[in-house]
Design a protein. Structure first.
Length: 185
């Protein structure tokens, strides 16, 4: 059985990675996520839904074939995923425990069910634009605005577009009336 709280941190001699942990930045460019031990690619930023800070994990819709989902359903009685049943995720390169897929959760974690939760503390991120490899813990993966806010904004835009269409229709009607009037004279 895997113990969720016992992760090995990323070991590196690169002082630059240590310094960057002090300056957290938000991810803006495409990123790939790698094992901190063996550099196996686990996922990329296209499949990231956000970050679950309560369990210090990235929330991913999909992962690469190099992430193995253990068959045995496990559960915890303590910690951030207490009262949850889950399948452990394992790196196929080094067999390290890298996260979980929650199946049964209390209501406060229900939004995370059936998603891949990859532990940030044993992960490196390769930023494609700059070619830099940084610790995942140095980056923020903010979730988008709640759907309700996006829908409200969309409704406002639709109303604005309807006003513009009505205005354009009125102008078009005026132009057609003027053209009809001038052709009759």
């Amino acid at each position: 059985m895997y113990v969720v709280d016992s992760f090995q941190s990323c070991n590196t001699d690169d002082q630059k990675l240590e310094n960057e942990s002090e300056n957290q930045s938000t991810v803006k460019y495409p990123v790939t996520f790698h094992c901190g031990r063996c550099n196996t690619v686990w996922a990329d930023s296209r499949g990231v839904c956000g970050e679950a800070t309560c369990v210090d994990s990235l929330i991913c819709l999909k992962v690469t074939q190099d992430v193995t989902i253990k068959d045995q359903l496990e559960s915890r009685l303590e910690g951030p995923i207490a009262a949850c049943s889950y399948n452990a995720l394992q790196c196929s390169g080094c067999r390290a425990f890298i996260g979980v897929v929650l199946y049964s959760t209390p209501p406060n974690l229900s939004a995370l069910r059936s998603l891949f939760l990859l532990k940030k503390d044993n992960m490196f991120c390769y930023i494609l634009k700059s070619g830099q490899m940084v610790k995942a813990s140095t980056l923020n993966f903010h979730t988008p605005k709640p759907l309700g806010e996006s829908i409200s904004e969309l409704k406002e835009l639709v109303q604005e577009m309807e006003c513009n269409i009505n205005h354009m229709s009125a102008i078009t009607e005026d132009i057609c009336k003027d053209a009809t009037t001038s052709s009759l004279q």
